[in-house]
Design a protein around this ligand. Structure first.
Ligand SMILES: [Zn+2]
Length: 391
């Protein structure tokens, strides 16, 4: 058994001062204030006396990092991405595809399913880097008008047959689907995917208000990088944002890097969606954690300069890390650290269907971070094993 003590612990819905967190075989056995729970003798103790224990972060939208794209066939690609993620506090993530030729997407889905299954069967000590917990299929069912940098020649009309091919290649590991509801055939795919337990997210869309509402009625429950690659809000033609910002059933994510959205829009979004339906994503690319230069995003080439990742002058994913996103949200929206942490842990885990992740509670996976008072990640533990240390 392992015992972790610190100055404070964020569950994140509750705060415990002077806590002790007990971990056994990769899971949380118990957590309590130190005065209420005697620490059993003879166990390995970690004391982070001036630190804050918080749940490990869950990022539902990751294209890459550390020079690698998650669609790459290089053996070192995912481990390199996962080490970088863990350094920034992310313990679970959804590797996210971009629109690519059908065959390339099918092969990438197969490789990502292999990686997910491998980690499921691996003993805890090897798991000291972020864990791929499901796949986010971002293309190809996206709007031409709002495609961003997704290559137009590979965008597809949504059909059950195409979805089935992706599903089979991923062996059912697709947990999130970004789709534009206005496309012909979209409602059927939304209904079918949500019937299979996929979190269907509206994004890369030019949908009007009524079509967006129909997408939600068909089963969509989330919105992808809200405001970006979306029909803008107009007071006489509210479009999809009129639905996403006001429908309490719908959660939504944002890229809070200060580049994709003005801080005032982050504040507006936080007011509209509140502490439970706000989700932080990074949309990180291979260039994250790397110097300026040229990198891959799926089959695209992207250029990184001055904190922006672009292709043909359009924003192409981000260089954001989750620890920074949390501090930005807290600052831009005047939220507490607890609220901002929830937007990167409890909320994405709930929306992504990861019931053992995103919160510190008895029985949950022992995925957690140690923060300093400024909210910076000092240590990351995955299944009770320190990332970057491992076996
Ligand atoms: Zn996107």
């Amino acid at each position: 058994m392992l015992a972790f003590t610190s100055q404070r612990l964020i569950t994140p819905t509750e705060t415990i001062e002077n806590p002790v967190l007990l971990v056994e075989e990769g899971r949380i056995l118990d957590l309590a204030p130190r005065r209420a729970r005697a620490v059993p003798a003879g166990l390995v103790a970690f004391d982070f006396s001036d630190g804050i224990l918080a749940p490990g972060y869950v990022d539902l939208h990751i294209h890459g990092g550390a020079g690698f794209d998650v669609m790459s066939d290089a053996a070192e690609a995912l481990p390199s991405v996962e080490q970088l993620l863990a350094r920034h506090g992310v313990t679970s993530y959804y590797p996210t595809t971009v629109t690519a030729p059908m065959e390339a997407t099918l092969r990438a889905l197969g490789r990502l399913a292999d990686a997910i299954e491998e980690r499921e069967h691996q003993p805890a000590p090897e798991a000291a880097r972020a864990c791929p917990a499901g796949i986010h299929l971002e293309g190809p069912f996206l709007s031409h008008a709002r495609r961003g940098v997704h290559p137009p020649e590979h965008l597809l009309k949504p059909t059950s047959a195409a979805f089935e091919r992706f599903w089979d290649a991923a062996r059912g590991r697709i947990r999130m689907l970004t789709i534009a509801p206005e496309l012909e055939g979209a409602m059927e795919v939304i209904a079918e995917a949500s019937r299979r337990g996929v979190c269907v997210s509206l994004g890369h869309t030019d949908a009007d208000l009524r079509t967006s509402e129909r997408g939600i009625e068909a089963g969509a429950r989330h919105a992808t990088h809200t405001f970006n690659a979306m029909r803008p809000l107009n007071h006489r033609d509210p479009g999809i944002l009129g639905a996403v910002l006001t429908d309490a059933r719908v959660s939504a994510d944002i890229i809070a890097d200060g580049v994709h959205l003005d801080p005032a829009i982050v504040r507006l979004f936080a007011h509209a969606k509140g502490a439970q339906q706000t989700v932080l994503i990074t949309d990180a690319t291979a260039a994250t954690g790397m110097p300026d230069g040229t990198y891959r995003l799926g089959s695209l080439e992207v250029e990184v300069r001055d904190g922006r990742c672009t292709s043909d002058g359009k924003l192409a994913g981000s260089l954001l890390t989750m620890d920074r996103a949390i501090r930005n949200l807290a600052q831009f929206a005047s939220w507490t650290l607890e609220q901002a942490v929830a937007a990167a842990s409890l909320n994405p885990a709930r929306i992504g269907g990861l019931s053992d992740k995103g919160a510190l509670k008895a029985g949950a996976d022992a995925d957690f971070v140690v923060l300093n008072a400024a909210g910076e990640v000092k240590r990351t533990f995955v299944g009770g094993v320190e990332a970057g240390v491992g076996r």
